[in-house]
Design a binder for this molecule. Structure first.
Ligand code: ZN
Length: 470
């Protein structure tokens, strides 16, 4: 079944066609590690997780890279503790009387713990900016060689006028952009207000700096993502994700840097998640409505209840989180957990007469998730299935199978019997039997591999498939 995602670049729902038929290269903008992550940040990373789970459900292998920005991200005015115009990590280090490395390590741990609590699958790698300075310098030098970058007083700027496609992602022409230039950069000595910093000059007092042919300095935030994405995934990626606030200038600049250097299209599919509002207002420290998972947990809300709440809202629409909605999601999560346990207690085999109804549910679920993550329509399907007259074992199979994508940890609620199948295994076997009946051999093979990964060997015989534990 084809997969469709909304592409910020084409402004349309595009059929997903990766560069390689089976392997997907995905880059997700990670955190700047100078403060705790809040649930708005987590909603964006959840979107990336859902993209990846949907692709894996469809049989793709996904290599996902998420950066850790531990230098070079300059503050605007989004924090109470960090001075505008200064490096966020260094400012936080000064405020907390710690070293920049200590600050970065502390908040990286918080970030990774938060992802795990939300059942967001870990990326294969979390490269740190400070460990990839040579790759960034090489990229900047390449841009300079190609006439796309120029040096002024030890700083290096990208010459936007030399990159005609600039503005294509965000939909702004350079002329329009001049009006809305980030005031932090306004004093810089650049040729054009649209030009942006690739390499910054380190001031006398700055301790975190590196040597370069332009003198001691440190990288701009945008070059970090271009350099690390291409270092780990190559010059061309299938998917790049981030929050909607990153479309401009961060992702626009990534395109200019990467395509300017390689001459190849950088990313096929750009996906952006919309912001989260708390009680109707954008989450910010100055408003004082920033919520962390810990704040939710203190009120008896499980992180996965927040995940469930997010699943009910279109990822491209703004989500307003309220305590009432969180409490309702907590109730729904508890209900799903009870279902998973109760239904799994039914060990009878599913009667073949239920197969058409099961197949219809599987088809609907698959069609919804493949249509640009229509999880808001998936949740009603789950409740509808729960109310149906399917036998409990069949419901358990569906629910646990779907939870591979929903990621609500429902399978963990169910104790694994030694001699029998756990629900996820039964779900995969049921699904494989259905695929064989439909002569969908590719799906049947993929499910056999997945079962093998769980330690279940499947043999096909005259009377259907049999299994044994390896
Ligand atoms: Zn980035």
């Amino acid at each position: 079944m084809d997969v469709y995602f909304y592409n910020t670049l084409t402004r349309a729902k595009d059929k997903f066609e990766p560069l390689s038929p089976t392997e997907v290269k995905m880059y997700t903008c990670g955190p700047t590690v100078y403060r705790y992550v809040h649930i708005g940040n987590l909603r964006t990373w959840l979107m990336a997780d859902l993209v990846r789970r949907v692709l894996e459900f469809n049989g793709y292998t996904v290599t996902q890279i998420m950066n850790i920005t531990d230098v070079g991200h300059m503050a605007e005015d989004d924090s109470l503790t960090v001075t505008p115009g200064e490096d966020k990590v260094l400012s936080a280090a000064a405020a907390e009387k710690k070293t920049p490395a200590e600050i970065a390590a502390f908040y990286t741990a918080d970030f990774l713990e938060s992802l795990a609590a939300m059942n967001i699958q870990p990326a294969q790698r979390y490269p740190k900016a400070t460990e990839h300075i040579p790759q960034m310098l090489a990229l900047i030098e390449e841009l300079e060689r190609k006439g796309l970058a120029y040096e002024k007083q030890g700083a290096v700027f990208y010459d936007v006028s030399e990159f005609p496609a600039y503005g294509r992602l965000s939909g702004h022409a350079p002329e329009d952009l001049r009006a809305g230039i980030n005031r932090v950069e306004i004093d810089e000595t650049k040729n054009d207000p649209n030009d942006f910093l690739l390499w910054r000059t380190a001031g006398e007092h700055r301790t975190v700096k590196w040597d370069s042919k332009w003198g001691p300095g440190f990288p701009g935030w945008h070059i970090e993502c271009s350099a690390m994405a291409m270092h780990y995934l190559g010059p061309q990626l299938d998917i790049h994700t981030g929050g909607e606030d990153l479309v401009f200038p961060h992702h626009e600049n990534e395109i200019a840097q990467s395509e300017g250097a390689t001459g190849k299209p950088f990313v096929r599919l750009w996906m952006h998640g919309a912001h989260l509002l708390a009680e109707g207002r954008k989450m910010s420290r100055s408003v004082g409505n920033v919520l962390r998972l810990k704040d939710l947990q203190a009120e008896g809300i499980h992180p996965l209840a927040f995940r469930l709440l997010c699943l009910g809202i279109d990822y491209r629409g703004h989500m307003n989180v309220t305590w009432d909605s969180l409490r309702a999601a907590q109730g729904s999560l508890e209900r799903l957990r009870r279902y998973a346990v109760d239904w799994s207690a039914d060990t009878r085999l599913t009667d073949v007469s239920h197969e058409p109804a099961l197949a219809a549910y599987r088809r609907k679920f698959h069609a919804l998730i493949n249509d640009d993550l229509r999880f808001p329509q998936v949740m009603p399907l789950v409740w509808d299935m729960a109310k149906s007259d399917l036998p409990p074992a069949a419901k358990a199979g569906l629910l646990l199978g779907w939870d591979r994508v929903l990621g609500l940890g429902l399978g963990e609620m169910v104790a694994a019997p030694v001699e029998a199948l756990v629900p996820i295994e039964r779900a995969l076997l049921d699904e494989r039997a259905a695929a064989r009946a439909a002569k969908d051999w590719a799906t049947a093979d993929r499910l056999r591999d997945q079962l093998a990964g769980l330690g279940i060997a499947v043999t096909d015989g005259k009377d259907g498939q049999t299994w044994s534990r390896k």
